[in-house]
Design a binder for this molecule. Structure first.
Ligand code: FES
Length: 150
């Protein structure tokens, strides 16, 4: 699949907080290691990307202590990544700010609480922490079959 297929997936929103990320051609398989938890700044953000080009699959990881949340790095306001510079995320007190028009999103549920897209939110992705690593998918699914269609 080419980049057009990726674009079709990323634009195919299906209601609130939904995005057809499972159909993205660069979606990693369940159990894929994203990074070490130490790669994510405490109270900060880190991106792990799969595939090439503007329509690649970008995973935004947010961390507080030993807790990690993962979202598609895709602001619902203008459909852009939340960061302007690579690996540069502005965070404050459990919120992450989009670098483009200063929308603020909760770490823990991805909801926009201030800015131009209040009421919308980031699209959550499944991930889990194990042995100091952060992995894509659910812990149960990682021992069976991959959940993504690549
Ligand atoms: S693109 Fe994120 S606030 Fe506008």
């Amino acid at each position: 699949m080419g980049m057009d297929a990726g674009r079709a997936c990323i634009d195919d929103r299906d209601g609130d907080f939904e995005l057809n990320w499972q159909q993205h051609p660069d979606c990693p398989a369940d159990g894929t290691k994203l990074c070490d938890i130490a790669d994510i700044p405490d109270e900060g953000g880190h991106e792990v990307a799969f595939g090439d080009g503007r329509e690649n699959f970008r995973v935004l990881l947010l961390r507080r202590g030993e807790r990690v949340w993962s979202y598609v790095n895709y602001c619902p306001h203008f459909s852009l990544p939340l960061n302007y510079e690579p690996q540069t995320f502005v965070t404050l007190d459990g919120l992450i700010m989009c670098a483009h028009h200063t929308a603020f999103f909760n770490f823990d549920d991805g909801r926009c609480v201030d800015g131009p897209c209040v009421g919308d939110g980031l699209v959550a992705l499944p991930s889990y922490v194990s042995g100091g690593g952060v992995y894509f998918g659910s812990r149960q699914a990682s021992t069976s079959e991959a959940g993504c269609h690549v």
